[in-house]
Design a protein around this ligand. Sequence first.
Ligand SMILES: Cc1ncc(COP(=O)(O)O)c(C=O)c1O
Length: 411
Amino acid sequence: MTSEQKTNMTSRTLAANDLAETLPKMVMSTRAIHADDFVSSHRAIAPAIHVAVNYRYARDPDQLVPGENKDPDTLESFVYSRYTAPNSNRFETVLKDLFHGGIMTYSTGLAAFHAIMVLLNPKRVFIGDGYHGVHGNIDLMTKLTGVEKLPLEQLDQLGPGDIVHIETPLNPTGEARNLSYYSAKARAAGAFLTVDATFAPPPLQYPLQFGADIVLHSGTKYIGGHSDMMCGILVVHPERVRQGWIDQLYSARLVMGNVMGNLEGWLGLRSLRTLELRVKRQSENAESLVRWIDEEIQNPCSVVGQVVDSIRHASLQKEDVEDGWLKRQMAGGFGPVFAIWLKTPDQAKRFPSKLHIFQHATSLGDVESLIEWRAMSDSKCDTKLLRISCGVEDAGDLKRDLLQGFQALCE
Ligand SMILES: Cc1ncc(COP(=O)(O)O)c(C=O)c1O
């Protein structure tokens, strides 16, 4: 190392130490932008895009350490992109700071769920409704390991090593589930609580605080947020990290090969910068539309009342919320997704084509508002149901778009 490189390294280390001390006192929006300031030694403000698959070893044979490849200039160590890579490494650094747990990233949300099944290798998974792909993954595992899938109504049969898997808020209605209730059940039986929190990432909810052992996010949704990348994220409770869960997940990922692509790692980091801004706005948009539609439904003479039969969203949940768990658990907002039922399947099928702003497509979490006649992608879903995922557009424009769509249906 040259003396100039040594000086740079020292001042960088000092600055990095200063930041490490002040960062925890800052709020999410600031940390999302600065948590990785010193992960790369480069001075560029924007992160570089590294697409390399492999990294040159040291020229000096005395410097060769099997399994390691520390670069003397950057102090970073990369060998092969299936192990770790600079873009996803930086992405994981920011995720760790924002999600308050150990982090492992994957190529998709379902790959992340599969990693949970491999890690815990349960005999039984207790699971309710929710995303059909997760059910499909368990069914596949049943063929390999004989794991049984049981409904949440049979939790009295819960035993050590079983998984209670809760999706909250739930696909497609956006209604929440009481995590404290399920975590108490899991703990009493020596079982694990895994939570799919895809529909409400930080700053909306933090399931680790309510007893989850592992939280799953399809990062394809809000974390990516721009309809252009796929990823899955596992957030592991710090106590479980101490028990070696992240090390075990990492070892399994090495041989399963379900890592994020290099470009996705870069896109993910870029998207995280605005996660807080986007998700808050999306959740506020949903709450305002839900309030409006719910009020209008009460009036059968209104255009909305003539077309919409019912609406569901966490913000409308009234049952079983007496002890205030819903507000405590979803302190940051009730989530950007809700569902409406139109009066007939034909109306539900035709409604998306009347809209100008809402895109008729599957998925959720993107900056664009989306609507899906859910029968398009979930064969078991009620054909009168439309799932709505609010984007970051203006709430007034979204409301006007829905209203003109309801009017067009009545013509
Ligand atoms: C709740 C939920 N979990 C998991 C997934 C799977 O994510 P991915 O499509 O990234 O595999 C989805 C996808 O829609 C989802 O909605």
